[in-house]
Design a protein around this ligand. Structure first.
Ligand code: HEC
Ligand SMILES: [Cu+2]
Length: 266
């Protein structure tokens, strides 16, 4: 095994501790340099993250935007840069909104970057591999954050294999989030608004469906805890329904795991 491979497997816990301990801090992302020209690319989306009080900017290399908007695959050489800022908050810790209703940029927190190159990723086990993508995190000083958990990047983006692991693909393709969606109310209906499930606890009779309606600009996805059961990713205005056997079920958002809800089926 060459050094790079050993480092990578060490990072994924696939290598005996004694052999790999010295390398455990690094992973495959060490192939990636800081994308110094990221802001010369395309700012294709901004995201208000209510759940973690961040304001985010998403940049892509121009070739990637052109390809995706022409209906072609994301090309080798693509770099996607997610710039994370603290949202500015008031004295109660509530994010301050600008005149456009959006969060406002506070301190720079980090750059999360993904890069795709032909041939990358071949050495990862299938259950982790994200096609030809690598991930890396850089601090505000643009240096690698060697404490970042890169395994978590692969795990959370993995279920999005059907859209080449890019969670914001709809935005990259130029789809705007669309007009305001009025939350529907009714038995078994859960509205998703400002990164919260409302109501947080829903009760339905056996055989009755639970329906989720996403009213946020951000996509969300229902993931039932402890089961291999997820809805598709729901863009703004989209909904999905699931039915359950009697019992109680906890669920989270597959994209934002700190969003939580509960279903009770009588
Ligand atoms: C808990 C799930 C989760 C984890 C873990 C995660 N991401 Fe993401 N990532 C998202 C979501 C959701 C988005 C869409 C933007 C948003 O809502 O902030 C995203 C978007 C991105 C994007 C913009 C392109 C895209 O796929 O939409 C980059 C780049 C990115 N993440 C890098 C990383 C890196 C690097 C890591 C590991 C340090 C990581 N992510 C870990 C959920 C996750
Ligand atoms: Cu969510």
């Amino acid at each position: 095994m060459n050094r790079r491979l050993r480092r990578r497997f060490a990072a994924f816990g696939l290598c005996a501790a004694a052999v790999c301990a010295a390398f455990s801090a690094a992973a495959g992302g060490d192939k990636m340099a800081f994308p110094a020209d990221f802001d010369k690319g395309v700012l294709y989306a901004t995201v208000d993250r209510h759940d973690i009080k961040q304001y985010r900017e998403l940049y892509a290399t121009k070739e990637a935007v052109d390809a995706v908007r022409a209906g072609k695959p994301i090309p080798s050489g693509t770099v996607l840069t997610l710039v994370q800022y603290k949202a500015r908050v008031d004295d109660k810790g509530v994010p301050v909104r600008g005149t456009d209703g959006r969060f406002q940029k506070g301190d720079l927190v980090a750059y999360a970057v993904m890069e795709k190159r032909a041939g990358w990723g071949a050495e990862y086990p299938d259950e982790l591999r994200n096609g030809e993508w690598e991930y890396q995190v850089f601090g505000p000083d643009r240096k690698v954050n060697d404490k970042a958990n890169l395994k978590s990047c692969f795990q959370c983006h993995k279920p999005h294999a059907g859209q080449d692991y890019v969670i914001s693909l709809a935005r990259l393709a130029g789809a705007a989030p669309g007009a305001k969606v009025e939350p529907r109310r009714g038995p078994g209906v859960v509205a998703i608004a400002d990164f919260l499930f409302g109501p947080e606890k829903v009760e339905v009779a056996a055989g009755q469906k639970v329906t989720w309606v996403n009213t946020d600009d951000s996509p969300h996805q229902i993931a039932i805890v402890g089961k291999d059961l997820r809805t598709p990713v729901l863009l703004k205005g989209q909904s999905a329904a699931l039915s359950f056997d009697p019992g109680a079920y906890e669920y989270i958002c597959g994209l934002h795991p700190n969003m939580k809800g509960r279903i009770e089926v009588k």
